[in-house]
Design a protein around this ligand. Structure first.
Ligand SMILES: CC(C)(COP(=O)(O)OP(=O)(O)OC[C@H]1O[C@@H](n2cnc3c(N)ncnc32)[C@H](O)[C@@H]1OP(=O)(O)O)[C@@H](O)C(=O)NCCC(=O)NCCS
Length: 158
């Protein structure tokens, strides 16, 4: 799949580039990110180098996007959103936002853009999207309750 840039005018999703490595590394020192996701912990700069240089291009090639979440005005990486292959369950969405960029609706906007792309026949053509979270991750669940944000995302808090 060709990489794609998505935007709603305020938030832009684009593939992470080598210049993002230090920002990703710094953000992923946040204990909440390593606690509530399956990312490496502790998170090293080499993890970010491998993610940007190897993992993201390989996933796009297989039709599973990963995007940097950027504010359209500044362009700085504020987080990541993407999908992993869960076979018949459909693509599973995952995301994180850097601590200093939270509570501004960035994750909600990014999830909305990513899910619209996943469901679109011109995007991934998915018929369902999987969402999973560790029990107790209320911030992650709450953002899916924002109107029109991932309203078709399946929920399983078990
Ligand atoms: C979960 C996570 C991605 C949320 O990111 P976020 O950018 O703060 O999320 P949002 O700002 O979109 O939504 C958070 C809150 O802002 C509110 N919000 C939405 N749009 C808003 C806006 N324009 N202005 C202000 N607040 C807004 C949401 O309603 C939500 O309200 P809440 O405080 O009742 O929860 C972030 O906390 C995180 O990275 N956590 C660690 C990693 C993680 O858990 N990933 C998910 C694994 S399943």
């Amino acid at each position: 799949m060709e990489t794609r840039v998505l935007t709603d005018g305020g938030v832009t999703l684009s593939t992470p580039v080598p210049e993002d490595v230090d920002t990703i590394t710094e953000a992923c020192q946040d204990p909440a990110i390593t606690e509530w996701t399956t990312m490496p912990a502790p998170y090293a700069r080499s993890d970010a180098v491998r993610f940007v240089g190897d993992i993201v291009p390989a996933k796009w090639a297989r039709g599973y996007p990963d995007w940097a979440i950027r504010t359209t005005d500044g362009g700085r990486l504020c987080g990541m959103v993407g999908f992993v292959d869960r076979g018949d369950a459909g693509p599973e969405i995952g995301y994180w936002v850097a601590p200093d960029a939270r509570q501004r609706g960035l994750a909600a906007a990014a999830v909305r853009l990513a899910c619209d792309f996943a469901f679109s026949p011109e995007g991934m053509g998915a018929w369902r999207i999987e969402w999973r979270a560790f029990v107790g991750n209320r911030p992650s669940r709450r953002l899916l309750d924002v109107p029109d944000s991932g309203s078709r995302v399946s929920r399983d808090t078990g």
